[in-house]
Design a protein around this ligand. Structure first.
Ligand SMILES: NC(=O)c1ccc[n+]([C@@H]2O[C@H](COP(=O)([O-])OP(=O)(O)OC[C@H]3O[C@@H](n4cnc5c(N)ncnc54)[C@H](OP(=O)(O)O)[C@@H]3O)[C@@H](O)[C@H]2O)c1
Length: 305
């Protein structure tokens, strides 16, 4: 297969590129800097709308994983605009570029998140048929998915992987939590009763490959493990795996002081199931918080890691 990937230098992108190249697939990386000749790189500048569609001719799939990191800094008005622009504008540029191709890809897999369901849905079980949520990230996710839609007019199958909390020691939320937990200073956040819809990085990569390789996958697919856990359970499992206590709870107000508005998403509850992936025949390797944490901390290095 020939697959182009935006955001390929990121946490998920790096693992996906490694998995595809290990299996002999040809990966083109869309890079926001001068491309290195003969390194499979294609330059683009999503900030100014600059992309030459020609290198995208005749691909099997385009995977869109770009966007400024939501946890990079406090959510000032300016940073929220950057979070929005770096996703919606770049997705729209890419989707529109696909409509100018003589030989468009079969599938456009364009990232979004479980925050599409909102910030706090309590213990409600959510799947792809659940209604959209409210709040900044929900609005962003819905606009992000809509921005990919123009590719449909070129006959491209458009898929939206709604990532949950992708957990691995190499990046994402878990990597940020690890130093505290390793020093024995970890603990549940904001009471710990809220559901976290985690997923292992190897299953995330396998699910993305499933969406790329399996004909007929269109629309939203939750990329979350089949058994979401509460934050307290996830914390307990992580501390146990590290052989450390988890006795330092972080109350909601402290989280809010430390992180500002984004704290509400760590304190909020989303109990999301990957119904469409499972119904389509995808088989998860890591189901529970224990499976996911074990894979994150001790998983064997392999093509999917
Ligand atoms: N990890 C999770 O748990 C999770 C959960 C829900 C949703 N998601 C979403 O899934 C996507 C991939 O996640 P990830 O964890 O791999 O993210 P990541 O590590 O932050 O990587 C995102 C990549 O996007 C590109 N990028 C950064 N700033 C950008 C900007 N201002 N404009 C355009 N591109 C920019 C960069 O790649 P280049 O430098 O190569 O362009 C970066 O490596 C992200 O959009 C993220 O929001 C992730």
């Amino acid at each position: 297969m020939r697959v182009a990937i935006s955001g390929s230098s990121g946490f998920i992108g790096t693992a996906l590129v490694r998995s595809l190249t290990a299996d002999g697939h040809n990966v083109l990386r869309l890079v926001r800097r001068p491309a290195v000749a003969d390194a499979g790189e294609v330059p683009w500048d999503p900030a100014v709308g600059d992309i030459d569609p020609a290198p995208l001719e005749g691909l099997d799939a385009v995977v869109n994983l770009c966007g400024a990191h939501v946890g990079e800094r406090r959510w000032t008005k300016r940073f929220k605009e950057e979070l929005y622009r770096s996703r919606i504008r770049s997705t729209s540029i890419l989707a529109n570029a696909l409509t100018h191709l003589d030989r468009p890809p079969r599938v456009f897999v364009s990232a979004t998140g479980t925050s599409a369901y909102g910030r706090n849905r309590g213990a409600d079980v959510l799947d792809e048929d659940s209604g959209p949520g409210a709040g900044f990230l929900a609005d962003l996710c819905q606009a992000w998915e809509a921005a990919a839609e123009p590719a449909k007019s070129a006959g491209v199958a458009v898929c939206y992987p709604r990532f949950g909390l992708v957990a691995d020691s190499s990046g994402g939320m878990l990597a940020r939590m690890l130093p505290l937990f390793r020093s024995g200073l970890g603990g549940p956040l904001a009471g710990g009763g809220q559901y976290w819809s985690h997923v292992s990085l190897p299953d995330t990569v396998r699910a993305l490959r499933f969406l790329i390789e399996q004909p007929g996958c269109v629309g939203a697919f939750n990329i979350t493990a089949p058994e979401p856990a509460t934050n307290a359970e996830f914390t307990r499992v992580l501390a146990h795996a590290l052989n450390r206590p988890a006795i330092m709870p972080v109350p909601r107000f402290a989280l809010r002081i430390a992180l500002g508005e984004s704290a509400e998403y760590l304190a909020g509850s989303l109990r999301v199931l990957p119904r469409r992936l499972v119904d389509s025949g995808f088989v998860f390797e890591h189901h529970t918080a224990r499976d996911v944490v074990t894979a994150a901390l001790h998983g064997r290095p392999s093509a999917t890691r």
